[in-house]
Design a protein around this ligand. Structure first.
Ligand code: PLP
Length: 438
């Protein structure tokens, strides 16, 4: 029988390229996008009303689940003041002050919408503040889709050059030929390569831009001492340390990865969980850097929708929840228990798969049983097994988006996480039953 989703896919594909509004919503595991009618808590409902436990959580944005009453009420109260737009309200400074309390580097803030636009503005600000043009980025780290940054996130291994000296790989057609001219690409967690990059280019490096935890390759934390090395090399060479915390912000601590790692950047972008599902991100940093933004300085960052009151209200409400006593203790304990449960099932199944997690977000590396510390290792995982697993979970009522990273929210209950484990157990059997030469 043709499902409503299949019919919708055919119809939507006539008007939306690929039947989707974001390329990342294509779904190779189920052969069509997962169309949803609504969400509630840990659940997403398909077009026929069938519930699925959500293990994508809006690519990490819905850390408080869907339809959270406090977020809804906050957005409603922002609507009640008149669907204001492109005006300054009191909410922005309140939110900035709250961030100052919670996030170590956040002496000042400017609010925008997507992570992509805010990282782009942050890079410009870093150049304006230092008077330099180059920047260092790690292979496999994702910083949105701006032309200058859209390189070497998931390069095919046969086009990526030597592991120790990776070659720039443009992630999209249509990027200008010179887009990567200022980018110095370094393998993550490679101390010698990072030192060499600074030794060669240090005087012209405006910023070292990095995901402090590389969730975009599953979950790859910096090796002990590596984040501190990033800090000290920036200090030695007069470059800014720029954390892209779009995915790590509020994930494992109210102060994000910088609090967790004990390393404070000069500049940082917060996103995703920051707005608990509403589109907001923040460029935050040291006052001495942030004062280069217009109208104080000459670095441009403006726009009609910047600091939209509905999104500010959602973020203010979300921060109250993140700052409430016991929030992270419970989330971390639940994450540890859930991930230990997956590992037990993997061992019992005989499937080779490594799980790495920090807080409620994790990577599943099929076919790998040693620690994954950089992109090249992550890229060797068995994608056919991964898709089979995701398909098997979907058939059992659990939604994982095909992506390197997965995760759950603070409102997923232990009973729901147990139900996910049951689906995982069945899906691992599907993987086990795959023909050996798949
Ligand atoms: C680390 C990181 N930076 C930037 C972005 C882009 O953010 P957005 O999707 O809000 O444009 C993402 C999105 O996944 C991300 O994970």
């Amino acid at each position: 029988m043709t499902t409503r989703a299949e019919l919708h896919y055919a119809a939507a594909s006539q008007y939306l390229p690929g039947g989707v509004c974001a390329a990342a919503r294509a779904n190779a595991a189920i052969g069509r996008p997962f169309y949803v009618s609504r969400g509630d808590g840990a659940l997403l409902f398909d077009l026929d009303g069938k519930p699925y436990i959500d293990m994508c959580t809006s690519h990490g944005a819905s850390l408080l689940g869907h339809n959270h009453p406090a977020i809804k009420a906050a957005v409603q109260s922002a609507l009640d003041i008149g669907i204001l737009c492109a005006n300054e309200t009191e909410h922005a400074a309140r939110l900035a002050a709250r961030l100052r309390d919670l996030v170590p580097c956040a002496e000042m803030a400017r609010f925008a919408g997507s992570g992509t636009e805010t990282v782009m503005h942050g890079l410009r600000l870093a150049r304006a503040a230092t008077g330099r043009t180059k920047f260092i980025k790690f292979e496999g780290h994702f910083h949105g889709y701006a032309d200058a940054l859209n390189f070497s996130v998931m390069p095919p291994l046969d086009e990526a050059g030597p592991a120790g000296a990776p070659r720039l790989y443009a992630e999209s057609a249509g990027m200008p030929a010179g887009a990567g001219a200022d980018l110095i690409l370094v393998p993550f967690n490679d101390e010698a390569a990072l030192r060499a990059a600074f030794a060669a280019h240090g005087d012209s490096v405006a910023a070292l831009l990095m995901e402090p935890v590389n969730y975009d390759q599953g979950c790859i934390a910096p090796l002990p001492g590596f984040a501190a090395l990033c800090r000290s090399l920036c200090d030695r060479h007069g470059a800014l340390l720029f954390f892209d915390e779009v995915l790590t912000a509020f994930r494992m601590a109210p102060g994000g990865a910088q609090q967790h790692l004990g390393v404070t950047p000069d500049l940082c972008v917060l996103g995703k969980a920051f707005g608990a599902g509403m589109p907001i991100s923040a460029l935050v940093g040291r006052r001495a850097v942030m004062r280069h933004l217009r109208p104080l300085g000459r670095s441009q960052m403006s726009g009609t929708y910047l600091a939209h009151p509905t999104a500010l209200a959602a973020a203010l409400a979300a921060l109250e929840i993140y700052a409430s006593p016991g929030f992270y203790e419970q989330l971390m304990a639940r994450s540890d228990a859930f991930c230990a449960g997956i590992e037990r099932l993997v061992r019992a199944s005989g499937v080779v798969m490594r799980l790495q997690h920090l807080g409620p977000r994790f990577g599943l590396y099929f076919g790998i049983d040693t620690p994954v510390t950089n992109y090249r290792q992550a890229a060797r995982r068995d994608l056919a097994a991964e898709l089979c697993f995701i398909r098997g979970c979907f058939a059992r009522g659990v939604f994982f988006q095909p992506s390197a990273h997965h995760g759950f929210s603070a409102v997923h209950t232990p009973a729901q996480l147990d139900a996910v484990l049951q689906a995982v157990e069945g899906a691992l059997q599907d993987v086990r039953a795959m023909p050996p030469a798949h």
